[in-house]
Design a protein around this ligand. Structure first.
Ligand SMILES: Cc1cc2nc3c(=O)[nH]c(=O)nc-3n(C[C@H](O)[C@H](O)[C@H](O)COP(=O)(O)O)c2cc1C
Length: 357
């Protein structure tokens, strides 16, 4: 199959692969710029991005804003002509301020999931930043298009459609994630494609659809492009790269992991998530962990009743303390066998797409 670039307004990615934002500290400037330099789109995760700032514990909000600007600057320096975006979860407490900081620092793109980003267009008015919601159903795609159309006369610049095999938080009910349930990414992508057609025709604007969740090989990419997607978003596969910003021990946890070590868990975000069933996950599934310090990061979390502090657990993991850390993974996270470079990974995927009949 011929590889076609991904066009988002005036932005053109020669390789139709978006590297999914991965927090905390898994996709920062190093990974994002490496992907952008190979012609894909690199995404910095904004969630608790200030965790390495000296005043993170005492001045969390400012530390996050400062670190986001620093990481954006670094990424742009490492990839001056590449496309660099930011992922911000709607579920975080200082969402609006982080969006403003991303726009100010020249993010080419903002992608927002873990809730519907109802007010996102107002922050990018008059700027060059493109915006995209993450949805997990045709219904959600319709809701957000209608809302943005009505309130802001704006349609998404593209839409990420995330299926049940993705890593991190999942936009599905726990029950719908059972193996015997028939929800799959293909049918959701088809649904979204048919829903957006009406909006595209009415406004004479193309809305590229990006398929995400469990995409592992070039064959997977080709399959979704054939179905009508303009590109794919891949998270997990980028973790076992040299450029991934997490600690080496974090990457090694994936190499050691087998299929039975991957589990759906309940997250304090209020959504299910997929993670490696490590010592930490086993411990917090039996007993609640004391929360001594609240970072006030989530709209929905109550520190007195939460089973654990998700910020602390994700930061521990990214820093290499995996036995006290939460390691999110996609459904295929057990398949990686070694750490390679981003260039090797993208070359391999592109070659597989080209060989697909
Ligand atoms: C370790 C990890 C952290 C993630 N963090 C975020 C995040 O902060 N925000 C978000 O919208 N998606 C997050 N995701 C989802 C990815 O961006 C991506 O869409 C998804 O993992 C795609 O599925 P795949 O991992 O099977 O390729 C995360 C995924 C992983 C594996």
């Amino acid at each position: 199959m011929k590889i076609s670039p991904l066009q988002i307004g005036d932005l053109k990615a020669t390789i139709p692969i978006i590297q999914g934002g991965m927090g905390v500290g898994v996709s920062l400037s190093n990974l994002a710029s490496a992907v952008a330099n190979e012609g894909g789109i690199g995404i910095i995760s904004g969630v608790q991005i200030g965790f390495r700032e000296p005043d993170f514990e005492t001045n969390t909000k400012e530390a996050n804003i400062r670190a986001l600007k620093k990481e954006m600057k670094k990424a742009k320096e490492l990839s001056p002509i590449g496309i660099i975006g930011v992922n911000l979860m709607v579920a975080i407490n200082n969402y609006d301020e982080m969006v403003k900081a991303a726009v100010e620092s020249g993010a080419d793109i903002i992608i927002s999931g873990a809730g519907l980003p109802t007010s996102l267009p107002k922050f990018v008015k008059g700027t060059n930043t493109k915006i995209a919601p993450i949805v997990s159903s045709g219904k959600a795609a319709k809701v957000i298009c209608k809302l943005w159309e009505g309130r802001f006369s704006y349609l998404p610049d593209f839409i990420v459609v995330e299926g049940p095999e993705a890593g991190g938080h999942l936009g599905f009910k726990m029950n719908d994630l059972q193996e015997d349930k028939k929800i799959n990414l293909e049918s959701i992508v088809k649904d979204v494609l048919s829903v957006i057609k009406i909006f595209e025709e009415k406004h004479n604007k193309r809305i590229p659809i990006i398929a995400a969740g469990g995409i592992y090989t070039g064959k997977d990419i080709a399959k979704f492009i054939k179905l009508g997607a303009s590109a794919v978003q891949i998270g997990t596969r980028f973790i076992c790269t040299e450029e991934c910003d997490a600690d080496k021990k974090y990457k090694e946890a994936f190499i050691k992991c087998n299929e039975n070590n991957i589990k759906i868990i309940k997250s304090p975000v209020g959504l299910p998530g997929r993670a490696i069933n490590n010592e930490f996950v086993q411990r917090v599934s039996k007993e609640k962990e004391e929360v001594n310090k609240c970072f006030n990061c989530l709209k929905k979390c109550d520190p007195s009743s939460t089973l654990y502090c998700i910020s602390k657990a994700l930061i521990n993991a990214a820093n290499g303390n995996t036995k006290d850390g939460l390691i999110f993974t996609g459904r295929n996270g057990y398949k990686m066998e070694k750490i390679i470079t981003v260039k090797q990974l993208i070359d391999e995927l592109v070659e597989e797409v080209r060989n697909y009949e």
